[in-house]
Design a protein around this ligand. Sequence first.
Ligand code: G6P
Length: 612
Amino acid sequence: MCGIVAYVGPKQAYPILINGLKRLEYRGYDSAGVALLDSFLSVYKTKGKVSELELFVKGLNLSGTIGIAHTRWATHGEPNQVNAHPHYSQSKKIALIHNGIIENYAPLRKELESRGYFFKSSTDTEVLTNLIEDIQINEKVDLFEAVRVALNQVTGAYAIVVMSENDPDTLIAARKGSPLVIGIGKDEYYVASDATPIIEYTKNVVYLDEEEVALIRRDSELKIKNIRNQDKTPYVQKLEMNLNVLEKGGFEHFMLKEIYEQPCSIRDSMRGRIHLELGTVTLGGIIEYEQKLLNANRIIIIACGTSWHAGLVGEYLFEDIARIPVEVEYASEFRYRNPVIYEKDVVIAISQSGETADTLAAIELAKSKGATILGICNVVGSSIPRITHAGTYTHAGPEIGVASTKAFTAQVTVLTLMALRMAQLRGTLSRSRFMQIITELDLIPEKVKETLKVSKRVIEIAEKFKDVRNFLYLGRGYNFPVALEGALKLKEISYIHAEGYPAAEMKHGPIALIDEQMPVVVIATNKGTYDKVLSNIQEVKARKGIVIAIVTEGDREVKRLADYVIEIPETEEMLVPLLATIPLQKLAYHIAVLRGCNVDQPRNLAKSVTVE
Ligand code: G6P
């Protein structure tokens, strides 16, 4: 994880760097630092958030038109000032920021120690910094060459930016496994982990590719080589993002803003893909692979976290309406368990960030066995869309809150479209049923708008239960993944322990937890296994548990049994997750706010997990 920003040009670097770090804080926020080069190279860093770095440097001379900055999510070494980035080399002439993990840092460190290097921190990053310095001194090469040679000696993942007091006009940036984008302005360059710190200055960007090293020099053209010293031509792309998507727009938190954006984000993820008048669904990005999907023996969905929950909804959808067998795998397990993969398998990788290390590794594994890989990602230009055969973007727009909300509903929307397209091609749905479903899907953004009006009820419930220690979430069928996602939201941002369970499985364990203190959230909408869920509610009530039920408007039976009820509009069973998730997001949000938690940046979490 970690966020990287760098600047070289005619302006003062510090304000650009600090603003950039604020935009990237979702990537990690346990320590932060900045290096500036005026007449000499100065590094300022501190434990804590970017705001603490700002306080720390107040009153200091922060001039310099070239600099690098970093916000950290600790991997090697605890989050303290010494381990924070940038790291100086031994001579203090070189400074480096890094996102990723240098796996062979221990032998490299030993080797450097035997040659007289001392290390102040316990990080892998300081090892790389000194390795570069050592190469530069011994091989008498310039900074670019020293970085390139050093990167040939390391294993692991990195996005780095390096600067040197001896070369005050130059930044060297390189990536492998962690993202890096270079913004090209007028006589100036920006470097960052994603485009958000760059967007207000320039729309022209170059995404570095795997194992590429960029030579970024004031007043010179951008030059790129790979670590094997082959020249690469920079491919300049235009950013389509607007600045307002990166601001809170009057909401107290990004998470709340993103919850309220869902009518729009769901609409955006369907835009141009549903054609009601023609009665078709198209997904341009995967059109060339439709035949593969059609002939697939099975679909394997790989993802992590919330994206894995979306994958579970996908499993129900593909099996239910397109009749294709599906397995949903945690990418982190899949990659290490020698899975059986056939060439006729289609793997769908789902990821908001497009950078999750485990998902990337799982894709590479499946690819090496000959499977076709499709991606469902939100961040345009991220790593997963680059390594998959084809894919489709969710178009939910930037999601800043660490807990995923609008990205989840956009993923579910895209999976619904994919399943519908497959059903159409395979002829597993009648024409009239297909039309019924797409007509209803088209109404979902409006129904989400309706669902968002449940605030008062949700706040009442949040106030009542904000101090409990445990929550249980139950659902069946399409609502089982919703229960998992509801529980994940609560634990992520409020730190209350919450478990999601298939309602019928409750009797095989979690029922032992139920007493008069235990809130049980049951998603009990009116289709599918409604009657069975009613019985599950009765089982909870018989043990004096407190039932908070998500029901369909007009429900009577659950209302008679439940202690608290939240209504959502009527819809098709397969589309219920798009509505039922909304009150659960809001419940988690309000509980977290009432508990005084940092909703947008929950402790220990990061939005983009680029380490395993
Ligand atoms: C992190 C985030 C989660 C996210 C998961 C997978 O844990 O905090 O919100 O669901 O990574 O991320 P991805 O970007 O691959 O969807």
